[in-house]
Write a protein that binds this ligand. Structure first.
Ligand SMILES: Nc1ncnc2c1ncn2[C@@H]1O[C@H](COP(=O)(O)OP(=O)(O)OP(=O)(O)O)[C@@H](O)[C@H]1O
Ligand SMILES: [Mg+2]
Length: 292
């Protein structure tokens, strides 16, 4: 073999080596389809906490409702695969899913607020489902790639407790999320976990849009005085120590439980309350996020 043909053979060999495998092509196609599907969503915000039961779903629902009542087009995506609570909180349990040519349609709560949750897929929530990491990842990918969200100003994502597979998947898949809203309660024990959530965000390069201190002080319905059942101010102190924005305190509000259980976003039904005002303040920095 002459030197020239040897060179050509080497060249074609190396070209061959560069060709992506079928799997890689599939992966690239899926990534492009996902990016194309979410390209009309201006802002993507993940609601996180280091700890369970601090009110993430309540805060996510009320933030989504507050933004939608300000005329913003909002999608609310519930990636709490083991315990989806958004359908119940918005009175949408049992809503059938419909498809269109463009994909699976989210369920409309109002003209401005649409929702997708595993709760719509697993209608019988009494059965526990065992999901391993890769399955969770592919479900979250489907929510972003195959759900026809259309044009949205905001996609609010409600995560399960902690900093596990689900938030990690969604951050990786989105690539350009605006950032996280971290929810905490004022006790020291919850604040230890919030520190973990902050560290998680910095590891995965996710901007922290702010901390919400939920269940912060109880406003007595009889005398109007504030009682700090779980202490107060810890979230704000933590935010200033860690150099992240503080979005405000949401009081412990008995009507919030009632609203959540009966499928009505609190904010919409008690718009003049202190709690609704606190949500309105909390969304201010979100409303002024710059369009990308
Ligand atoms: N500010 C509040 N005042 C009174 N009750 C609240 C408040 N915030 C949340 N709750 C109630 O606390 C309970 C837990 O709230 P929620 O489900 O939102 O927490 P979560 O952090 O999403 O929980 P999980 O970690 O299980 O997903 C619910 O019954 C909810 O109605
Ligand atoms: Mg929740």
């Amino acid at each position: 073999m002459s030197k020239g043909s040897e060179h050509k053979a080497e060249e074609s060999c190396s070209t061959k080596r560069k060709l992506p495998s079928k799997e890689e092509v599939k992966e690239i196609r899926e990534k492009l389809a996902l990016q194309d599907n979410i390209s009309r969503i201006k802002h993507k915000i993940i609601v996180l906490s280091g700890k369970g039961g601090v009110g993430k779903s309540t805060v996510a629902t009320n933030i989504a409702a507050a933004l939608s009542l300000k005329g913003q087009k909002v999608g609310l995506m519930d990636i709490d695969i083991h315990g989806p609570s958004i359908p119940k909180m918005l009175g949408l349990e049992g809503s059938p899913l419909r498809g269109s040519e463009e994909g699976l349609l989210p369920v409309d709560y109002s003209d401005n607020l649409s929702v997708m949750s595993i709760g719509f897929i697993l209608q019988d929530q009494k059965n526990a489902v065992i999901w391993r990491g890769p399955l969770k990842h592919s479900l979250i990918r489907q929510f972003l790639k195959d759900v026809s969200w259309g044009e949205l100003d905001y996609l609010i994502i409600d995560s399960p407790p902690g900093t596990g597979d689900e938030p990690l998947s969604v951050i990786q898949l989105l690539e350009d999320a605006d950032g996280a809203v971290i929810v905490t309660t004022p006790q020291d024990i919850a604040l230890i976990d919030v520190r973990k959530a902050i560290t998680f965000c910095s590891h995965v390069n996710l901007t922290i849009l702010g901390i919400v201190e939920n269940m912060s002080g109880f406003i007595c319905p009889y005398c109007g005085k504030t009682v700090n059942i779980f202490k107060a101010g810890g979230g704000e102190k933590m935010a200033s120590e860690m150099g992240v924005p503080f979005l405000g305190r949401i009081p412990l509000e008995p009507r919030m439980v009632e609203a959540g259980d009966s499928g009505k976003p609190f904010l919409q039904y008690y718009p003049g309350s202190e709690t609704a005002k606190a949500f309105d303040l909390a969304i201010k920095p979100l409303l002024s996020l710059k369009d990308k």
